[in-house]
Design a protein around this ligand. Structure first.
Ligand SMILES: Nc1ncnc2c1ncn2[C@@H]1O[C@H](COP(=O)(O)OP(=O)(O)OP(=O)(O)O)[C@@H](O)[C@H]1O
Ligand SMILES: [Mg+2]
Length: 259
């Protein structure tokens, strides 16, 4: 469903060209959930922008649902670390915003019903009339997740969505994310710095090398269940954590050696 094929990408900088991605390939199957982890600055957000069609890769191709990505797509939903919600709109209207932008045939009543359905799933029904500033950081991120899913995108891209939240709120959001995954259908790629998050949420974790990012390692998480945090404390999870920590160490050492 998401195919990233031998992608290389460069940015121009004042010192010439900066290579950010080097022959990077990975794929996420339909309704699958993959996580990308890697050193800071290695090119992870660049991957998300390429998938969204906001930029074109210098080499290689990106295929979504069998079609090459050439320009921004409406079948994608995105959420970032700091949700930008519009203060002059209440939460319900913030969540409905993409439906005003993305072409659709829904009546206003259907749009409201859809937004309410998502707000209920993330536990925000009571806050539909609140302004963003009246919500906590975790609640704002829940609203942002609803907004990114309102138009039923086939692909959901999350770039460190829970990075600014405290550990307990983050864990709550992981459970919310799994509930959304159960009820909605989308193929998801999450960028994260948090290895536990990658293990808890994803079916496969891809470790990128330091910049220019290339495939360093990937592992399937093979979890039994997704509905409680205890699964992070099983011997299997500890083994995954150790393997991934080791791999990230290798990526960071490579990056330091290159500097
Ligand atoms: N539009 C741009 N123009 C020039 N350089 C850019 C641009 N966007 C990103 N870069 C550079 O490309 C590199 C990769 O950036 P990117 O944001 O993809 O990294 P990242 O892995 O997401 O980092 P972090 O973990 O800190 O979020 C960085 O060195 C960054 O300075
Ligand atoms: Mg980034």
């Amino acid at each position: 469903m998401i195919e990233f094929n031998n992608v290389s990408h460069y940015f121009s900088s004042k010192n010439g060209e900066l290579q950010v991605l080097d022959n990077l390939s990975f794929s996420v199957p339909k309704n699958g959930f993959s996580a990308i982890v890697g050193p800071s600055g290695c090119g992870k957000s660049t991957v998300t922008k390429l998938i969204a069609g906001l930029m074109k890769p210098r080499k290689g191709s990106i295929i979504l649902n069998g079609e090459a990505v050439q320009s921004p797509r409406s079948n994608i939903g995105m959420a970032f670390q700091n949700p930008v919600l519009l203060e002059w709109r209440n939460i319900l209207k913030n969540v409905m915003l993409p439906l005003e932008i993305v072409h659709n045939k829904l009546s206003n009543e259907e749009k409201v019903d859809r937004a309410r359905e998502l707000l209920a799933l993330v536990g925000l029904s009571e806050y539909e009339n609140s302004r963003p500033s009246e919500l906590s950081g975790g609640m704002r991120q829940r609203a942002s997740l609803c907004r990114s899913l309102i138009h039923r995108p086939e692909v959901l891209i999350l770039d460190e969505p829970f990075g600014a939240l405290d550990a307990f709120t983050r864990e709550d959001l992981w459970l919310t994310m799994n509930r959304l995954r159960e009820k909605e259908s989308f193929t998801c790629l999450i960028i994260t710095h948090d290895i536990r998050e990658s293990i808890f949420l994803a079916d496969e974790v891809v470790v990128l090398s330091g910049r220019p990012a290339t495939n360093q390692f990937s592992i399937k998480t093979e979890k039994e269940s997704n509905d409680n945090l205890d699964q992070l404390y099983t011997p299997h999870a500890s083994e995954l954590l150790n393997i991934l920590r080791e791999q990230i160490g290798i990526a960071r050492r490579k990056e330091m050696a290159d500097k």
